[in-house]
Design a binder for this molecule. Structure first.
Ligand code: AMP
Ligand code: ZN
Length: 134
């Protein structure tokens, strides 16, 4: 399988692994937003979060929480962002589902994307569209 993260799971490409078990691996992002930025992923190759079975999501999320707790125990970490990109339109570069666990600090200079406003009646239509697709 020509997948970068599958190769990291198989140890044919080196990475700084911080946790691994039968189903899940966690390693340092090679270009961290902040030092300690960890990627958490299932060892099974699936591209997007929707492709992951409910059964396989749980162990991944447990490791996301475990990594978050480890990062929060560091004296220089004051907050955490959990980020998960799906499809290139949303910024996904590596097509193997992964969660970014990003340590944050007051005043570290990173910003969230800006919010926008709904037009009158637009939010109700949007909520209905989502509910009818569930
Ligand atoms: P995404 O945009 O959500 O697909 O994020 C992919 C992430 O993988 C980026 O933050 C990259 O810095 C990271 N990355 C790419 N190659 C490697 C690598 N060899 N080891 C660790 N992280 C990597
Ligand atoms: Zn893969």
């Amino acid at each position: 399988m020509d997948c970068l993260f599958c190769k990291i799971c198989a140890k044919t490409i080196d990475s700084d692994i911080v946790y691994e078990d039968e189903k899940v691996i966690a390693f340092l992002d090679i270009n961290p937003v902040n030092p300690g930025h960890v990627l958490v992923l299932p060892k099974i190759h699936v591209e997007h979060l929707v492709d992951l079975s409910d059964e396989d999501i749980l162990p991944v999320m447990k490791v996301v929480k475990k990594i978050m707790k480890a990062l929060m125990s560091q004296s220089d970490v004051e907050g955490i962002n959990i980020l998960q990109n799906n499809y290139s339109a949303a910024g996904q570069v590596v097509p193997h589902v992964h969660f970014h666990v990003i340590p944050r600090k007051q005043g570290d200079g990173h910003r969230h994307w800006p919010g926008t406003a709904y037009q009158e009646g637009e939010s109700a239509i949007m909520a209905e569209r989502i509910k009818s697709a569930l």
